[in-house]
Design a protein around this ligand. Structure first.
Ligand code: ATP
Length: 326
């Protein structure tokens, strides 16, 4: 559905070259839900805008829905929906008129546009708001209208640039519910940008991690975490009369090979604390607890912190995506 090779965009700003996108390759199959994740200024929006034919690449090629973005932009646009960062709808216009105008923009015949508008109004919970002006809608309703507008030409592929940025958690969850329902019903291919880590983790089937205009990793959230970050298991063990060192030594001898790193300390209360790095913490804990108890060691508490996409980004770049987003 999307095939890009060496996609590059260089801007000139105050006589200086800004290499916004530096040779991105991308392949997206029909029906995939792919998230571009990366810090501010990484080049996500610029990539999306090149793929939607809104921006001409400095170098590289891309085909979208079977058409070349450079030589066949009209064919590309007819087959995609694009929901940009800003609100697409005009403030003083009414909801239904905006949807019908969008249909007209795509040369959808009027009866079809009316039927389509009724469908997206229903699907995106905009019923009862048809006559309201856009300015009078809540942030969440407005964003749902944006997405609904992007669907008026029944696209095969939907591009969403930071669809949930600025929405409160409830409105974010609500918008996602609608997007996922749409996807389930239509199997639509979706490509979105976000810098919400939790959102990318739970919603995207595949994450393309972008930094400084380049793809630094591309896989499912689970695969990324498995490959680039470890879970941290913290065990707190009661010390014995023979001393903390002896307890730690006995515990260490029971650790399976899947533990890649161990740090050891003694808490102010005198407990021996071991922090274990491993690919799969939840799987490691039950047998390990059994083995520790079997050898007479007393586990006072256990904590498993599973690897996050922020750990992945940190391990790949040395920077925290969470902090950069903040
Ligand atoms: N029209 C432009 N003129 C000059 N520089 C630009 C232009 N558009 C984008 N840039 C620069 O290109 C780089 C990439 O920007 P882009 O908007 O693609 O990043 P992004 O990953 O989408 O970030 P954000 O999450 O903040 O939207 C940034 O340094 C940005 O300032």
């Amino acid at each position: 559905m999307v095939e890009a090779r060496g996609l590059t965009k260089t801007f000139t700003r105050k006589k200086e070259l800004v290499e916004a996108v530096r040779g991105i390759d991308l392949h997206v199959d029909a029906g995939e839900l792919v998230a571009f994740l990366g810090p501010n200024g990484a080049g996500k929006s610029t990539t999306l805008r090149m793929l939607t034919s809104l921006l001409r690449p400095t170098a590289g090629t891309a085909t979208v829905a079977g058409f070349d973005v450079l030589t066949q932009p009209d064919e590309v646009r007819a087959r995609i929906g694009y929901i940009g960062q800003g609100n697409a709808a005009g403030h003083s216009y009414r909801v239904l008129d905006e949807l019908l105008n969008q249909g007209r923009f795509y040369s959808v015949p009027k009866p079809t546009a009316q039927q389509r508008a009724a469908e997206v109004i229903e699907a995106f919970e905009l019923s009862g708001l048809e006559k309201r002006t856009v300015a009078s809608l809540s942030g969440g309703q407005r964003r749902r209208l944006d997405v609904a507008m992007g669907l008026m030409n029944q696209p095969a592929l939907l591009f969403l640039d930071e669809p949930t940025t600025g929405l409160d958690p409830h409105a974010r969850a609500n918008l996602w519910q609608h997007i996922l329902a749409l996807r389930e019903q239509t199997g639509m291919t979706m490509l979105l940008t976000t810098h919400y880590l939790d959102e990318a983790d739970s919603m995207a089937e595949r994450i393309v991690l972008i930094d400084h205009g380049e793809v630094i990793a591309d896989a499912t959230p689970e695969a990324l975490k498995r490959q680039y970050a470890d879970d941290a298991v913290t065990l707190s063990l009661a010390t014995s009369p023979t001393g903390a060192g002896e307890v730690a030594g006995r515990a260490r001898a029971l650790l399976p090979d899947s533990v890649t790193d161990v740090t050891e300390s003694v808490t102010p209360a005198g407990a021996v604390e071991l922090v274990l790095r491993t690919a799969n913490g939840p799987e490691l804990v039950p047998p390990l607890l059994g083995a520790l108890a079997g050898s007479g060691l007393t586990v006072q508490s256990t904590d498993v912190r599973q690897a996050s996409l922020d750990d992945v980004f940190l391990n790949l770049t040395g920077r925290s995506l969470r902090e950069e987003a903040a």
